[in-house]
Design a protein around this ligand. Structure first.
Ligand code: GSH
Length: 241
């Protein structure tokens, strides 16, 4: 059976990491049996989650997990889409992963109240004496990552402007369709759902959440996907909108 290495549910989400949620939804969409393991971070081949172990084979990175499922199990996440639609789906996916994601990281890690309400909990298992030091060290590294990526050079208002454009683009393209590319869910929905849901938890006081909630179709989409793949979490996340 496939093992998916995760952080475990947190922040009123299936996983604090939208990349992990994306990978899990892909496994669910493909109908593959899997179990989750929250103890794999230290052995992550690329230093990040998610990764999977499938019959002795280790695959790291949510997109490579998708390609692995497509290749090994012959499941086409974009079945029924034209080449043009596949291109659009890929562009939305990468906008979420390489743009919107960093706005979420910025909100969670650089705003003190949000850090205390979320990421600080990652360090609960660290011995109390060194816990503040370790938390500060990792937080510094995330700030460095944000600086290198570019969002760390912007103010909160500027980051919000960029995230709001991403969310508006998704909402406008989604329009009144149930799923991003039409009547049926496809691969990009695993990604868009995961990253849109990551904008919503009420514990994070961020204008990004307000920007997302401005689009009723986005809220409904998040709820629809949550109900479909995480019915046990659906009521909690719906209140968190
Ligand atoms: N491109 C990777 C990104 C994964 C990623 O950024 N994971 C983050 C959590 S959201 C992580 O594990 N970060 C830990 C670290 O950088 O130390 C994917 O698609 O899986």
């Amino acid at each position: 059976m496939i093992t998916l290495y995760t952080f475990g549910p947190g922040f009123d989400l299936p996983d604090p990491s939208p990349f992990v949620t994306k990978a899990e939804v892909l496994l669910k969409m493909a109908g593959l049996a899997y179990r989750t393991d929250t103890t794999g971070f230290k052995k992550a081949p690329k230093g990040k989650l998610p990764y999977i172990a499938d019959d002795g084979e280790i695959i790291a990175d949510s997109t490579f997990i998708r390609l692995h499922i497509e290749r090994k199990y012959g499941f086409d996440f974009d079945a029924g889409l034209s080449p043009r639609e596949r291109g659009i789906a890929w562009a939305f996916e990468k906008m979420c992963e390489d743009h919107l994601y960093w706005a979420v990281v910025h909100a969670r890690w650089t705003i003190d109240a949000n850090f205390d309400a979320g990421p600080r909990r990652f360090f609960d298992a660290v011995p109390a004496l060194i816990r503040p030091l370790v938390a500060a060290m990792v937080r510094r590294q995330v700030r460095r990552d944000l600086w290198a990526q570019g969002f760390g050079r912007h103010g909160e208002e500027e980051v919000t402007q960029l995230a709001a454009r991403d969310l508006a683009a998704i909402a406008d393209f989604l329009a009144d369709k149930p799923f991003l590319m039409g009547q049926h869910p496809c691969g990009v929905d695993a990604t868009v759902f995961a990253f849109v849901a990551a904008c919503f938890p009420a514990r994070f006081k961020t204008p990004i959440r307000i920007a997302a909630a401005l689009h009723p179709n986005l809220v409904a989409y998040r709820d629809r996907m949550m109900e479909r793949h995480y019915p046990e979490l659906a009521p909690a996340t719906s209140q968190a909108a």
